[in-house]
Design a protein around this ligand. Structure first.
Ligand code: ZN
Length: 323
């Protein structure tokens, strides 16, 4: 039997926009239907309750569900919060502090929007020394996919350079236009984060720069991401006990990252690797399930978490063994 399960969402919007650019959001209707389904058939518990159960080896029920959101989109406040309030739920939100400070959009959005809206037939990206054809559309989709995978595998430094290079391919005026078309990608500011915290949302860290803590990064760079984000959230909201690894799937979380997250004093840390919370778990490499778009899919996701348990355990063991 599957469960308990930690689900992760990103954004909630009134209507989905261009799927080649904006990929992370649920529609309000879908999201509300999922909350209705979860509260009817499962026990949606807070992160703190989950932590108590895990730390004290208390009884975890297979029906326990924890709701989390990654990234910190403005629509978490404007669109998700009113719906979770209706059901008196208190999700956990993982924010990337530099993006909250600057309002700068996430690297994956800059890559998707920048490439998708380029008019030329091909581009050469200096940072990764690669040429991409951009017509027909299928080639453009391939280019986006390939650039994103290079960005996710590279170091924090490379990701920053690559994002800046793509940003420079369009004029500031064009970016302004795209930012207003894709307003769903807008990031919360600190005032808004505080409003969510005041209404009961738990705020955790998702790194400083949404950095992917893969094996291309050394200890110092990882430490800065993990520690400084925690320090800033703590200085504004009093505590920051939980962490989620950006793009935290197998291959994108290094053993150094796991060690730094534990050393920085987080109580629990979440990956994006599928699985459920049964058996002996590493509290800094906990599995989560990406919330699918519809209720029937959600039902099957919650039923199937058990199938990933062994794979998740093998991955955790392989990281621990390297240490
Ligand atoms: Zn993220």
């Amino acid at each position: 039997m599957s469960g308990p399960t930690v689900l992760f969402y990103h954004g909630v919007t009134e209507k989905p926009s261009e799927p080649n650019v904006s990929t992370l959001h649920h529609s309000e209707g879908e999201f509300a239907a999922q909350m209705a389904f979860l509260t009817r058939y499962f026990n949606v518990i807070s992160m703190e309750t989950l932590e108590k159960k895990l730390v004290s080896n208390g009884h975890v029920s297979s029906r326990d569900i924890v709701l989390t959101f990654d990234d910190g989109f403005k629509n978490n406040l404007t669109h998700a919060a009113p719906i979770v309030d209706e059901y008196s739920l208190t999700p956990t939100l993982f924010i990337s502090t530099e993006h909250i400070n600057s309002g700068r959009r996430y690297p994956t959005f800059i890559v998707r929007a920048g490439i998708w809206h380029l008019d030329q037939k091909e581009i050469f990206l200096e940072t990764i020394q690669s040429r991409y054809l951009l017509t027909p559309e299928l080639k453009k989709q391939f280019a986006i996919k390939d650039i994103l995978s290079r960005l996710k595998q590279g170091s924090i430094h490379l990701a920053r350079q690559l994002t800046e290079e793509i940003e420079s391919l369009l004029t500031p005026a064009r970016w302004q236009e795209l930012n207003s078309i894709y307003y769903s990608e807008e990031v919360l500011n600190w005032e808004e984060v505080k409003l969510l915290a005041d209404s009961g949302w738990e705020i955790g860290s998702h790194c400083k720069d949404h950095a992917i803590l893969n094996g291309s990064n050394g200890q110092e760079a990882i430490n800065e991401q993990v520690r400084e984000s925690k320090a800033q959230i703590t200085s504004i909201l009093d505590d920051c006990k939980y962490f989620s690894y950006p793009n935290g799937e197998m291959g994108y979380v290094s053993e150094i990252a796991r060690a730094e997250v534990e050393r920085s004093g987080y109580s629990l840390a979440f990956t994006a690797q599928a699985g459920d919370l049964q058996g002996s778990l590493d509290r800094w490499l906990l599995p989560r399930r990406l919330a699918p778009k519809t209720v029937p899919h959600l039902f099957s996701v919650l039923q199937s978490s058990v199938l990933y348990r062994a794979q998740h355990r093998r991955w955790v063991e392989s990281l621990m063994f390297k240490k």
